[in-house]
Write a protein that binds this ligand. Structure first.
Ligand SMILES: Cc1cc2nc3c(=O)[nH]c(=O)nc-3n(C[C@H](O)[C@H](O)[C@H](O)COP(=O)(O)O)c2cc1C
Length: 227
């Protein structure tokens, strides 16, 4: 198999698996999404994590469903993403994962919308209220009404499958799982609350986040301040 054939096979496998999940009955009108944009928002530089004992963090970590009804600051977001990503090992050291953020409660300098995280900045993908599309993408729409930010872990199948066999499709999900555990631990260390989310429709998330065909949504994580 050529690299291109491997990539195409994995993309169609991912889509076939997605079709085994019934999407939400809420309508998803792609034409009503805010337009795609390409603006940059500078993020605050990350700061060191609070000094807390690792055993305490590990034992305290939980999935939380009742955050405070307040926005998340850009400093907190920058810290969660920086510390979670830099400390995540990946198969072959390939950095195929990116994180996209859907901000539903604005906090300067991040207005509501969809952003792609880059180490020092957020690249706006769509600016505007996407809550109805987000609800229609999730199997538990209530996450949208309580959490100010939802993160999506996206795996780009192109780079790893140029190097590895199709079986690497599995490893991409292990990489995503490692990152999700770090998101949980860093969230806990920072005194924030979060919850992993696997219940979503890939096709709708891909439209919402304006993903390329080879960019596969693999996990989500809701993030907020404690209630
Ligand atoms: C890979 C993964 C996917 C998950 N997906 C969801 C989800 O879609 N919805 C949800 O409410 N919780 C989800 N969770 C949270 C689990 O339900 C939770 O971790 C589990 O019940 C154990 O609780 P704890 O995290 O508080 O220890 C997920 C957790 C993991 C690790």
């Amino acid at each position: 198999m050529t690299a291109l054939e491997r990539i195409e096979a994995v993309v169609s496998l991912h889509a076939a698996l997605d079709r085994t999940v019934s999407p939400s009955e809420r309508p998803f009108d792609e034409g009503a999404l805010p337009p795609v944009t390409s603006e940059f928002v500078e993020l605050p530089a990350p700061t060191p994590l609070p000094a807390r004992d690792f055993p305490d963090i590990l034992q305290a970590r939980r999935s939380r469903y009742n955050p405070a009804a307040v926005a998340l600051g850009a400093v907190e977001l920058s810290n969660v993403l920086h510390h979670s990503l830099v400390s995540s090992p990946t198969a072959g050291g390939i950095r195929e994962l990116t994180v996209l953020m859907v901000v539903t409660q604005p906090s300067d300098p991040l207005g509501v919308g969809v952003y792609r995280y880059a180490p020092d900045r957020a690249e706006a993908v769509r600016l505007g209220d996407v809550r109805e599309h987000l609800r229609a993408s999730l199997l538990q729409p209530e996450f949208v009404d309580v959490f100010p930010v939802l993160l999506f872990v996206v795996a780009d199948a192109e780079a790893p499958l140029e190097k590895y066999a199709m079986r690497h499709y599995r490893t991409m999900h292990v990489d995503a799982g490692v990152l999700v555990q770090n998101l949980y631990l860093v969230t806990e260390a920072m005194g924030l609350v979060g919850c992993a989310i696997a219940g979503f429709t890939d096709a709708r998330v891909a439209s919402l986040l304006n993903l390329a065909t080879t960019q596969l949504p693999v996990m989500a994580f809701a993030l907020g301040r404690p209630g």
